[in-house]
Write a protein that binds this ligand. Structure first.
Ligand code: PMP
Length: 354
């Protein structure tokens, strides 16, 4: 029985992607072998890699002076990878708006110096409008987490920040358009908007890539020179990334998903606001994530009942992260109209009977 997957990741995949995957697991094109068995040096895989990068460039409007790398190790590996590849003499700041940004800061500090700016969700808008920025030293590079998956806090206007950004875009990549002007490095695990775990996408501006003596898998320049094929890449995860990006282009690209996520998240947030007798939303409206909607019941018994009833209604993955509790509904790109309608009806009928 098909369930409705609203989990924070690994996330829901569109049915058309699953259908194609199913066929190609049995046999990929006319190769006589499964996509799971295919060599990363084969012509077929070279084509998959090439087309995946083309899809990403097209969807995200990646300028010519950026390189695309597809690595293993998840977004977590990037804490180590990036800290080892930023030139030592460059200054760095971590802008922290939630748990993932905090983790990155702590990992960076084990490897190199960095400054920290800690922002509460209600300070983000003011910060972006440059009021607070003036009080801080502007660094050569600033790390941000564009969407804090656990707390449901998003910084979509990061183009306003006057620093070269290093962005963890794991949980909102491909859901809105932005300019590349102040982006030096963007990385994202694929398992939310772009596919399944196992591959992490990096998009790196030319001038960030410097020669160093790092060991092989920490050596950004070598990995770029070998075009993601320095060692065996996660072939199957890359293949799914290709299918998901094909699907995204067919649906209408990032602008289509941006419109969808505005509409869907507005519907859920406004329903919650209508029932503010029972629930509260901890994030103020400017910084509310369109990907992960976090809220709390004022009465804990209702919260437990909500989770229990969601499960018996085949809705999966909406229990909040263990560190913050509450409820978290993830509305990634693959959540379609039917799923959303089902969710809204469930929520509305739950609140009505309280
Ligand atoms: N950053 C963000 C914003 C995330 O949501 C996650 C995972 N949920 C991570 C980093 C860690 O990613 P990974 O599990 O791929 O290492």
């Amino acid at each position: 029985m098909k369930k409705y997957n609203f989990s924070p990741g690994p996330a829901n995949l569109s049915d058309s992607v699953l259908e194609l995957t199913k066929n190609n697991i049995l046999e990929y094109k006319d190769t006589g072998i499964s996509i799971l068995e295919i060599s990363h040096r084969s012509e077929e895989f070279q084509l998959i890699l090439h087309q995946t990068k083309e899809n990403l460039s097209k969807l995200l409007h990646i300028p010519k002076n950026y390189h695309i790398l597809l690595l293993q190790g998840g977004a977590t590996f990037h804490n180590t990878f990036i800290a080892n590849n930023i030139e030592h003499q460059k200054s760095l700041t971590n802008l922290i708006t939630g748990s993932w940004g905090q983790n990155t800061y702590e990992d960076f500090l084990k490897i190199r110096n960095t400054n920290k700016i800690l922002l509460k969700n209600e300070q983000i808008e003011e910060f972006l409008d440059n009021q607070l920025l003036k009080a801080h030293k502007v660094s050569d590079y600033m790390h941000i987490t564009s969407n804090e998956t656990i707390e449901g806090i998003q910084i979509r206007d990061f183009n306003k920040i006057q620093s070269n950004l290093i962005i963890d875009g794991s949980s909102d990549i491909g859901s809105y358009q932005f300019e590349w002007d102040n982006v030096a490095y963007l990385y994202a695990g694929a398992q939310k908007n772009l596919g399944i775990p196992g591959v992490t996408l990096s998009i790196i501006r030319d001038d960030f890539i410097k020669q160093n003596n790092n060991s092989v898998y920490l050596n950004l320049k070598k990995l770029v020179e070998k075009d993601s094929l320095l060692n065996t890449p996660p072939t199957f995860s890359i293949y799914i990334l290709k299918l998901v990006t094909d699907w995204m282009i067919k649906e209408g690209g990032v602008s289509y998903f941006e419109k969808q996520s505005i509409e869907y998240s507005n519907l859920v947030y406004s329903l919650l606001e209508r029932y503010d007798k029972y629930v509260s939303i901890p994030v103020e409206s400017y910084s509310r994530s369109r990907m992960n909607i976090v809220f709390n019941f004022k009465n804990e018994d209702y919260e437990n009942l909500f989770i229990k009833e969601s499960l018996s209604n085949n809705i999966l993955g909406i229990k909040g992260h263990r560190n913050v509790g509450g409820i978290r509904i993830s509305l990634y790109n693959s959540v379609d109209e039917h799923m959303l309608k089902f969710l809204l009806e469930f929520m509305e009928s739950f609140f009505k009977k309280l």
